[in-house]
Design a protein around this ligand. Structure first.
Ligand SMILES: C[S@@+](CC[C@H](N)C(=O)[O-])C[C@H]1O[C@@H](n2cnc3c(N)ncnc32)[C@H](O)[C@@H]1O
Length: 371
């Protein structure tokens, strides 16, 4: 059975995600705002959860229709056979986004959709599932745009950036899927050396090493949402185990040098532990970014420098960092800047500037090619 999936993307990472899904061999991949649709059977949805580094969530389209009022909405949601995934013993959450529609209150739409699902299960089993907003077994997303309804079931469970390798860490950790998007956008060839001289908990370096080795990012995750559905039986369990085994076997021997440095030894210990759990070998060193040598091999530098007073990024710190980076002739440098001061301190024009938020923080990805 061919299903339509939707891989949701952080803002402005859509084209990186689209490239990634095409490279991974998914079918009917289309560039789209907010996320990337693709097609396939159920196992392709599982594979996307395991293999995508950039997606936030993978969802499957369960139904579509028109909903100009509450009754139409209720009917459309009831047209889906929820009993395949949900029983009275399981928990449910329903979220909604509505734009340009007559039903313009997302809370109301979510509530009505939830009623339609719960009523169907109650009719079938004589009892109803309970609601769990934070960690439901079955998560439903309802999108209503210009009165057109799309009903999705989420395969991911916890968002995909939670890979399972990161111990809660140093300050201001970067989301793993954003680090993966930065790496792809930086133009790194996955063969030449890469450095993060302010690596914190090591997210960028770990994602880089996993990507270069073709190590699927979801292999360290204990579980995905789809494993908690009623339909996920012993056969499914075996099929998933096989898929994971194949993905493990497909990892390449290629191991470019990936270097992770930080001035803070304690943070570096956290990064070491994270890399071990992620199954990658990095070259760690406690060193200040000011001691980065311009006369060594040419590398790609991808980093998320400290920003704001909290992380002690004084103007003096950024000016000194900019002066060091400007001497790295022939290097490609991609910086996730949480403050304008970083671009000012670089004093050269970036070849590209892409606004991408890190969680709630507006940031710019600045890409430099140093002459
Ligand atoms: C925004 S955090 C990086 C977060 C990281 N991307 C992560 O995922 O955890 C900035 C890092 O810069 C480090 N740092 C501050 N001053 C430094 C210096 N002079 N040289 C190297 N690292 C420095 C801090 O210790 C901190 O870990």
């Amino acid at each position: 059975m061919t299903l339509e999936f939707f891989a949701s993307a952080s803002k402005n990472t859509e084209s990186a995600l689209c490239d990634e899904l095409r490279e991974l061999g998914f079918q009917s991949v289309r560039l789209n705002r907010g996320g990337i649709p693709f097609r396939g059977d159920w196992s392709e949805g599982w594979r996307a959860c395991l293999e995508s580094r950039i997606a936030q969530r993978i969802m499957v389209l369960m139904g579509r229709g028109k909903a100009t009022n509450a009754d139409e909405l209720y009917r459309e949601v009831q047209a889906v056979d929820w009993g395949l995934y949900l029983t009275a013993e399981k928990t449910l959450s329903v979220q909604c986004v509505t734009v340009g529609s007559q039903l313009n209150h997302s809370g109301f739409v979510a509530l009505r959709a939830k009623d339609a699902i719960v009523d169907q299960i109650r009719e079938r089993w004589g009892d109803r599932p309970s609601i769990d907003r934070d960690d439901a077994d079955v998560r439903v997303f309802v999108y209503l745009a210009n009165d057109k309804l799309k009903i999705y079931l989420d395969l991911s469970g916890q968002p995909l950036h939670l890979r399972g390798y990161r111990a809660e860490s140093g300050e201001a950790p970067l989301r793993e899927n954003l680090a993966a998007a930065m790496l792809r956008m930086s133009g790194w060839d996955r063969q030449s050396p890469l450095i993060d001289p302010m690596c914190g908990s090591g997210t960028i370096a770990i994602e880089a090493a996993q990507w270069a080795q073709g190590l699927a990012p979801g292999l360290a995750r204990p579980t995905f949402g789809f494993q908690r559905w009623a339909s996920f039986d012993e056969d499914s369990e075996n099929q998933l185990r096989l898929m994971k085994g194949e993905l493990r076997g497909a990892a390449r021997g290629q191991r470019p040098s990936v270097i992770a440095r930080d001035v803070d030894g304690e943070v570096l210990d956290i990064a070491r532990g994270n890399a071990r759990k992620a199954g990658v070998r990095l070259s760690f060193k406690e060193q200040s970014v000011f001691d980065l040598q311009a006369d060594g091999p040419v590398m790609t530098l991808v980093s998320n420098p400290p920003y704001g007073k909290r992380l002690a990024a004084t103007p003096d710190f950024l000016d000194r960092m900019g002066a060091v980076f400007r001497k790295l002739h022939g290097w490609r440098i991609a910086l996730l800047a949480g403050s304008r001061a970083i671009e000012e301190a670089m004093k050269v024009k970036p070849a590209n500037r892409i606004p991408i938020p890190n969680g709630d923080l507006p940031c710019d990805l600045l890409i430099y090619e140093i002459d």
